[in-house]
Design a protein around this ligand. Sequence first.
Ligand code: PGA
Length: 250
Amino acid sequence: MRSKIVAGNWKMNKNSEETEDLINELIDKLPTDGNTKIIIAPTFINLASAVDHTEFTNIRVAAQNMHQAENGAYTGEISADMLKSIGVNTVILGHSERRSIFHETDAVISFKVDTALKHDMTVIFCFGEELKDRQNKQHFNIVENQLRDGLFHIDKSAWANIILAYEPVWAIGTGETASPEQAQEMHEFIRETVRKVFGSDIAEDVSILYGGSVKPDNAAAIFSKPDIDGGLIGGAALKADDFVAIVNGI
Ligand code: PGA
């Protein structure tokens, strides 16, 4: 049985005090009895306190990125071992902002995936087409290539640690959302692509999240689709009431 998951990607927002405030508000307002897994991804410097604050809750803490090397001369970077040492066991990899602004290629992302898996971390693997790809009707090809080049080299046994997050770049932070039908069409294609390479058990068990301008007023319609197992939420994850409403929409 695959899990329902709602993850909040806080990006470069919230200082230390604001992080604590938002976590406290989430602890107060999030349902504690549901089956939905809740993940939040604050910035690196606030991860340790986020782990402490969420210790006795159902909120899991993820990093937004990490470096692929074990350690060494990589000024400004953070390793898997450092994350694990403060209790962070989940990492977002391949986010479109990392791909476009920081020039991360599929090859680099695939190294990061390997390193994270080697450290027994859960990977939220992000991918999705740009607007021009959709306009040129290349979106299925692009998505398939991102999966093959960044992820499909892993062992079958590693899939227990993989969460997929389809995020069409044209819908991220733009207020423009894929319609529930467009999202479902792509999620079905993604599950089918996983099935062809890794078989039905893995395809049925992997959670596929949708990301891109998910808000309280569109979440329930998106989450109602059979191949959409939750969401990766950016802007709306920064307000407790919005994030909680999205969680309640699942
Ligand atoms: P958004 O961001 O919800 O603000 O569109 C989603 C994401 O980047 O993960």
